[in-house]
Design a protein around this ligand. Structure first.
Ligand code: NAG
Ligand code: NAG
Ligand code: NAG
Ligand code: NAG
Length: 379
């Protein structure tokens, strides 16, 4: 590496730091309720457009071009406007004195004391005694009796081999399309994905093809695979692209989820599939919802992407998020689909997406996780 290039890299690193701090300051000014009172991740209507430009305008502002697109890195970097911005940032002493590694530790400790993903992310024979009655996460007046059959479906203890060094949490956002992020994602030690997304074929260039854990919404099992009554072969073939991944199901969230989740477990067993079905521990999800509620995320239920992100913050040293972009335009202002593989919008009003996204942006601004906004750099 040449000396000039090294200096350049140092400057870029410094600017990234300053930019993130500015992002944090900017976000502190965003109203707590980003979308002006509306509550749906996917309001592609007025509320979403109100919210979109505010974030995008900020991210596109000169001080933050390095956050936006690789092309921006080729432009001259030091100009007076930017130097002034960094001086401004320097004045915010409390932000500057914020110690990044200690802020990560603090967040992790906070999450550990509320939710304890290390022990309670997954239902196991340790946290789910035989013969006990487990309370459902959402249908919380209902319990399920842990019979021998159910107990035998659970791993003896928590099954993930953490701590992981570098984790990728891959959402399904349309900003992943043509992102070229596949190679970077696949380099991670542990890759989380949501809702059985496609990873094989040409999309792997953008989203990678490595999967260690993928969440499964039981409604997909019902809709696409006829509850596995007669579509077992298709199901097994389609999930073969996930290798030896864990399929994570919310078996104990709603009573209506239980049978479909158990069916997935039994199907994998029956055909000696490489994948394993595991279940969210309902009390973990409940504590997590309570935790985020105190931060202003008041949802009927958190999105699975946000659940996974929260767990990753406890289980991984470094967390990077890809495909988390709930807007109808890319950071470069180009219209994009809702998902990288289709443009189907979920039910409105179920999740509190703008509020979740606001939290994610703040975590990014504080260096607790890293959010990939646009295309990945190729080297
Ligand atoms: C920053 O964090 C490191 C490691 O946690 C710690 O040793 C150091 O004292 C902290 N510095 C400040 C100023 O808090
Ligand atoms: C679980 O609930 C059943 C009734 O559904 C009850 O008979 C049993 O005593 C309960 N077991 C425990 C451990 O609370
Ligand atoms: C993932 O893609 C790489 C090439 O990009 C290929 O070598 C590898 O076999 C693929 N893995 C799976 C599980 O498909
Ligand atoms: C399963 O995979 C086939 C191609 O292998 C694809 O056409 C189909 O859409 C997939 N089904 C689902 C439900 O993803």
């Amino acid at each position: 590496m040449q000396a000039g290039e090294r200096t350049m890299r140092a400057v870029l690193a410094l600017l990234a730091l300053v930019g993130s701090l500015l992002l944090f300051l900017c976000l502190a000014r965003l109203p707590a309720d980003g979308a002006g009172g509306a509550s749906g991740w996917d309001m592609e209507g007025r509320a979403a457009t109100d919210y979109t430009p505010r974030v995008m305008r900020y991210l596109r502002s000169p001080a933050n071009v390095h956050l936006v697109a690789p092309a921006a890195l080729n432009r001259p970097i030091l100009n007076t406007a930017r130097v002034q911005k960094s001086e401004q940032a320097a004045k915010c002493k409390d932000i500057w004195s914020n110690n990044w590694s200690s802020s990560i530790k603090k967040k992790r400790a906070e999450l550990a004391s509320c939710c304890d993903a290390m022990h309670n992310f997954i239902a196991s024979q340790k946290n789910t005694p035989l013969g006990s009655n487990m309370t459902y996460e959402v249908d919380n007046k209902k319990t399920i009796h842990i019979t021998e059959d159910i107990f035998q479906m659970l791993p003896e203890s928590q099954p993930l081999d953490f701590p992981f060094k570098q984790c990728a949490v891959v959402g399904n956002g349309g900003n992943l399309k043509s992102s070229n992020c596949g190679a970077e994602i696949d380099k991670s030690d542990f890759v989380f994905r949501c809702n059985l997304p496609p990873t094989s074929g040409s999309v792997s260039q953008d989203v990678g093809n490595k999967t260690n854990l993928v969440t499964v919404n039981p409604s997909i099992i019902a809709q696409k695979y006829n509850k596995l009554n007669d579509q077992k072969a298709t199901f097994l073939e389609n999930i073969s692209s996930y290798g030896e991944a864990f399929l994570l199901l919310p078996a104990f969230s709603f009573r209506s989820n239980t049978a479909a989740s158990f069916k997935v477990h039994h199907t994998l067993k029956e055909f000696s599939a490489k994948q394993k079905a595991i279940f969210f521990y309902p009390r973990y999800l409940k504590s997590l919802a309570q935790f985020w509620r105190t931060k202003g995320v008041k949802a009927y239920r958190l999105s699975s992407g946000f659940m996974i992100t929260s767990a990753a913050m406890e289980l991984c040293e470094n967390v990077k998020l890809y495909g988390f972009w709930p807007f109808s335009k890319s950071i470069a202002g180009i219209p994009i689909n809702h998902h990288y593989y289709d443009n189907q919008l979920p039910k409105p009003g179920f999740h509190a997406m703008p509020k979740e996204y606001n939290q994610i942006l703040q975590l990014h601004g504080r260096g607790i996780l890293k959010l990939q906004f646009g295309k990945c750099l190729t080297e």
